[in-house]
Design a protein around this ligand. Structure first.
Ligand code: NDP
Length: 240
């Protein structure tokens, strides 16, 4: 019997690569997204993976969306908390809105998605919760007090919840990508991007597939002894 995986922000960028890799590995996959209908329809047409629109920042929308996915694909065994945004500004210019939007999506969104699924995973004695944090949650980043705080929060969440899930066959892990060639990073001005690449020991940006392969490993039944862990995939840029 195939297991079901739900990937937030699963129709673009790293999330799209994760959805496709999980499908290839034999999972039934549902890909959530926020609002880019065009990208979602294109993704479904190209991959056959169904997409579901709601904001992870809205608890009730998450509960409703999850219920719809489970009615169509069966209980969710693997949750990949991938949806994330940036609203960068140096702190002296950061607005309350920029702070709240990022916390609501990147940190509260992880609660909003994991909480409605948790009891089902406990009852079935199996679950995989995999959260895409960031190198900038490990080391901090200029003009990203909001983003770094949200991603560091994801790591604390992971370590705490791993302890609660352990006796029920649920593993909770995080992946901290370095700089990956997606829309988020390609939106950075070229000069800044060149500066970023110069600081990556392997001398290039990462590929979304390189993160997806880590997710497939953590999602597998064979990874049951790994919980509360953080996999850093950053081209040698930072060791934590
Ligand atoms: P992209 O901007 O390319 O894609 C983001 C995805 O998240 C989109 O599918 C988007 O949906 C979705 N999304 C955004 N907000 C919400 C929301 N409120 N509810 C549901 N879905 C939402 O991002 P990346 O692929 O680059 O990043 C994916 C994850 O990896 C993020 O958590 C990011 O912080 C993290 N990361 C990325 C790095 C990088 O170098 N790219 C480095 C380290 C971490 P829609 O298509 O509808 O807009």
């Amino acid at each position: 019997m195939s297991r079901t995986a739900l990937v937030t922000g699963g129709s673009r960028g790293i999330g799209a690569a994760i959805s496709v890799a999980l499908k290839k590995a034999g999972f039934n996959v549902a890909a959530n997204y926020a609002g880019n209908d065009e990208a979602a329809s294109k993704f479904t047409a190209e991959t056959g993976i169904k997409t579901y629109k709601w904001s992870v920042a809205d608890y009730d929308a998450c509960a409703d969306g999850i219920a719809k996915v489970e009615a169509e694909l069966g209980p969710v065994d693997v949750l990949v908390n991938n949806a994330g945004i940036t609203r960068d500004a140096p702190f002296h210019r950061m607005s309350r809105e920029q702070w709240m939007e990022v916390i609501n999506t990147n940190l509260n969104g992880v609660f909003n998605m994991t909480h409605p699924l948790w009891n089902g995973m406990r009852e079935r004695k199996f679950g995989r919760v995999i959260t895409i944090s960031s190198i900038n949650g490990q080391k901090g980043q200029f003009a990203q007090a909001n983003y770094s705080a949200s991603k560091a929060g994801d790591l604390g969440f992971t370590k705490a919840l791993a302890q609660e899930g352990a006796r029920n066959g649920i593993t909770v892990n995080a992946i901290c990508p370095g700089y990956i060639a997606t829309d988020m990073v390609m939106a950075v001005p070229e000069k800044v991007r060149e500066g970023i690449i110069a600081q990556i020991p392997v001398g290039r940006l990462g590929e979304a597939d390189e993160i997806a392969r880590c997710v497939v490993f953590l999602a597998s039944d064979e990874a049951g002894f790994i919980t509360g862990s953080t996999i850093s995939a950053n081209g040698g840029q930072y060791f934590a």
